[in-house]
Design a protein around this ligand. Structure first.
Ligand SMILES: *[C@@H]1O[C@H](CO)[C@@H](O)[C@H](O)[C@H]1NC(C)=O
Ligand SMILES: *[C@@H]1O[C@H](CO)[C@@H](O)[C@H](O)[C@H]1NC(C)=O
Length: 461
């Protein structure tokens, strides 16, 4: 064992002089044993230990506490508000009872957050305790090694590391392995999407099981005073059309189904400029959706109830021409899919000139809205069940089985890199997910699944 480690080390010393890349194809080096005995195993074990220390002190873990604290603060504010509403309302009547139930739900969420926070803080304490001990013993050990360092082994070792890195780089270039997609850091401070956990919430809406297709969520850029609101659009005609959006004052009220406010787009359903298809989003106090029977993006201004629109490219599939689906199942009238992320609103669609493969466009907020940059992907739209955007990266899901939906695909709009090998699983509560969207404000995924509304936490690294 000792002699083999030693020869690795001496080879590396010699490599400092002779490693080279020949025409970018082969990595060559000559080996020659030069060294006197040195306790390399010890040095190696300190390296391993140092690497472990760095990993366990990962800054992301520290940020986690901040996020939890922020969440807790928000929930406490919400709780305070609800209690004061209850105080005003409590006439011993039904409404008081409903408010009390809402407060109970909020209190449960606060307790859950506190519990999480406690666990996180505990694990950090253990972390820094053991890290300090390890650092101390490593420092001592390194001093001993330095005393042994008659032949300047430790200094050479540093040089060796540099050469090893260069050699690894050389090998990497030969293999030309594609790097994983990364969103620009300034747009995505939370890192990459690595998992989806939950469901966090799951329930029927006030409509019960009447409407199989729909969508819901929370405005990522809410109007002042509407920060806590949730919106809900059910396709109330033929599972295809909708002519109003419903708003609730909080998560609890949408789950309990009390006090909705309806904002009507048009009095009949369907008609010009009403909603066609389930993949609607709300952003900046406006709804973005596919307009009834036209290949265009409609925007409904919720406060003024005015509608503006912008056309999609000629031949864009609408009217159930290019829906999402799996096997012989299609999610009807899902030709257009709207998405929100850190940078705004996006639309996913396709056309025959891209062979039914997904096309992605930015939707710019101006008045009227307009299409911004456009990307063509190789993802066949019929093979995906849904798409959503996070930090300028498009993600697509597919149906694995009744319990599991899989995020399998990503397209990075900055690097234009596509991947088909993601394996992030979403635990389903019902068989189909008709709409799925990411909210960059609370970093959650909102799904409408066979009449049920479900939310998930997006996990980043
Ligand atoms: C994702 O989260 C689930 C639930 O917390 C966990 O069981 C699973 O191991 C995670 N998967 C990965 C790849 O981290
Ligand atoms: C909605 O209309 C109001 C009043 O004209 C305007 O200030 C606001 O920017 C509009 N919202 C959107 C998203 O266009």
């Amino acid at each position: 064992m000792k002699s083999s480690l030693l020869s690795v080390w001496t080879a590396a010393v010699f490599l400092a002089l002779f490693s080279q890349c020949v025409s970018g194809k082969d990595c060559m080096c000559e080996l020659k044993n030069l060294a006197r005995p040195f306790p390399m195993e010890k040095l190696d074990s300190y390296h391993t230990a140092a690497n472990q220390c760095v990993k366990s002190m990962n800054a992301a873990k520290l940020v986690e506490v901040d996020v939890l604290m922020l969440g807790l603060q928000q929930r406490l504010e919400q709780l305070e508000k609800s209690v004061s509403v209850l105080e005003k309302e409590d006439d011993g009547d039904l409404y008081g009872a409903v408010s009390l139930r809402i407060i109970e739900l909020e209190l449960a969420e606060v307790l859950e957050l506190m519990d999480k926070l406690k666990k996180t803080v505990n694990s950090h304490k253990q972390l820094s305790g053991s890290t300090a001990t390890r650092l101390e013993s490593m420092t001592k050990g390194m001093k001993e090694l330095e005393a042994f360092d008659l032949s300047h082994v430790v200094i050479k070792e540093r040089e060796n590391l540099r050469v090893k890195r260069e050699l690894a780089q050389c090998q990497l270039e030969r293999q030309a392995t594609p790097r994983p997609p990364t969103a620009p850091p300034q747009r995505c401070p939370q890192g990459q999407l690595v998992n989806v956990t939950g469901p966090r919430t799951y329930g029927l809406t006030q409509y019960g099981t009447s409407y199989y297709y729909g969508t819901w969520g929370k405005d990522p850029k809410p109007a002042p005073g509407k920060e806590d609101m949730y919106w809900l659009v059910a396709l109330t005609s033929s599972d295809v059309y909708a002519n109003y959006v419903r708003h609730y004052s909080s998560l609890s009220t949408i789950l309990v189904g009390v006090g909705p406010v309806d904002t009507v787009i048009a009095s009949s359903n369907p008609t010009t400029n009403t909603i066609m298809g389930p993949n609607v989003v709300q952003y900046g106090d406006a709804l973005y959706y596919g307009c009834y029977y036209t290949a265009s993006v409609c925007r409904f201004n919720i406060s003024t109830r005015s509608i503006s629109n912008t056309p999609l490219p000629k031949n864009t599939g609408i009217n159930n021409k290019f829906p999402f689906g799996y096997l012989d199942v299609t999610y009807s009238y899902t030709d257009l899919d709207f998405a929100t992320d850190e940078s705004g609103v996006w639309v996913v669609y396709t056309a025959p000139d891209n062979f039914g493969n997904v096309i992605l466009s930015e939707v710019k907020e101006g008045s009227p809205p307009s299409l911004g940059r456009t990307w063509r992907t190789s993802l066949h739209k019929r093979t995906a069940t849904n798409t959503f955007m996070v930090c300028g990266v498009l993600y697509a899901t597919r149906f694995l089985d009744k319990q599991t939906e899989e995020i399998f695909y990503s397209f990075d709009t900055v690097t234009k890199q596509e991947r088909y090998d993601l394996k992030i699983h979403i635990k389903k509560m019902q068989t189909n997910i008709q709409s799925l969207n990411y909210n960059p404000r609370d970093r959650m995924l909102y799904a409408y699944s066979d009449s049920y509304i479900v939310s998930y936490d997006a996990v980043f690294q």
